[in-house]
Design a protein around this ligand. Structure first.
Ligand code: ADP
Ligand code: MG
Length: 335
């Protein structure tokens, strides 16, 4: 048995304290030049961290900027402001060579498995590709692909078949296998189970949870449905129009939401029990939250104020800063 030197202990403690990912004041505007400057930011000053082995859920309605944040982290979308650090390394504007190095550690699973599986390639070729890019021999890559397929609940023979020969749920398992085959540290799951029916959704969520626990993975788990996020995430970040409305421990955010928008999101999330569904509908109606379609964006102040039953003049005048309320951070003057 060896005795750790103080330096080693220090660096080990440093590694534990260091987040896997740190997103700080992230701003993303689409378009270029004057057009971009005039457009509202798709992501407007978002900050959060993901610890090693932690799953952070990112929820919000369609168009709230969730995928844009995921793409910025993956280097698929240029960043207008703020920073993204991966294991202490600034990757906000990483060049192609730096991204290639990160490529094995930072992976993604998207809603549509076809985006990572070429329909003309066998499953084996799709799984081998990221390994081959990293210098693994064809024979070893095939063997690893077979092992990985078994791990996600498919037969080894699947390597020689094509994506079209599998169901949607099976294809999503193959996409998970492809994301995990290089043994990444952080996986961005963007609506990874949103296209699946409820029972297949549960199976893939269980698979993602098992793989995380086995390998100590970190996930950024993006979904519009807060009940899906709740299953995997230890912490939840709630987005509205590119801004964080609320963030905190998953149980606090989903069971006692503080922000009126989070309350509406929880009430709107589908549940399999009809009695509970009916109760949620009446809660939703009683809250008096207006639908997204009924209001247009207005600059300044709280982005949610036009839909909010609690809104006052203050909410139009002043964008609420995040403040701590009962264990969560909430951007509301009245929460
Ligand atoms: P979400 O994933 O939460 O549905 P997105 O990140 O896809 O939201 O989109 C956030 C906002 O950015 C939306 O208003 C959307 O219309 C806009 N947007 C997304 N992609 C593009 C793009 N390629 N060009 C211009 N605007 C975009
Ligand atoms: Mg999206």
């Amino acid at each position: 048995m060896s005795i750790a030197t103080p330096e080693l202990q220090d660096s080990a403690a440093g590694a534990l304290a260091r987040p896997m990912l740190e997103v700080k004041d992230l701003v993303v505007r689409y378009g270029r030049g004057r057009k971009a400057a005039a457009a509202p930011a798709a992501v407007d000053g978002v900050s959060f961290t993901i610890a090693p082995g932690e799953t952070v859920g990112l929820v919000g309605e369609s168009g709230s900027g969730k995928s844009t944040i995921g793409k910025a982290i993956l280097g698929l979308q240029a960043v207008s402001g703020g920073s993204i650090e991966y294991q202490g390394q600034d990757i906000t504007r990483a060049n192609a060579a730096q991204r290639r190095k990160l490529g094995g550690e930072l992976r993604a699973v998207f809603q549509d498995p076809n985006s990572s599986l070429n329909p003309r390639n066998t499953v084996g070729a799709s799984l081998a590709e990221p390994l081959r890019l990293r210098g693994v021999s064809a024979a070893d890559a095939r063997e690893k692909a077979q092992v990985m397929l078994e791990r996600v609940g498919l037969p080894r023979e699947a390597v020689d078949r094509y994506p079209s020969q599998f169901s949607g749920g099976q294809r999503q398992r193959i996409a998970v296998a492809r994301a995990l085959i290089c043994e990444p540290q952080l996986v961005v799951c963007d609506e990874a189970v949103s296209a699946l029916d409820l029972s297949t959704q549960a199976q893939v969520l269980n698979l993602l949870a098992d793989l995380r626990d086995e390998r100590g993975l970190s996930y950024l788990f993006i979904a519009h449905d807060i009940s899906v996020v709740q299953f995997l995430a230890q912490r939840v970040v709630v987005l509205y129009r590119g801004q964080v409305m609320e963030s905190g421990p998953a149980a606090a955010v989903t069971e006692s939401p503080k922000h009126p928008f989070t309350q509406a999101l929880v009430a709107a999330s589908p549940v399999p029990r009809p009695a509970e569904q009916a109760e949620r509908r009446s809660v939703r109606e009683a809250m008096g939250v207006r639908t997204a379609a009924s209001v247009s964006a207005a600059p300044g102040g709280c982005p949610f104020r036009q839909r909010c039953p609690l809104a006052t003049e203050l909410c139009a005048a002043e964008r609420p800063a995040l403040r701590t309320v009962g264990g969560s951070d909430v951007a509301c003057h009245y929460a």
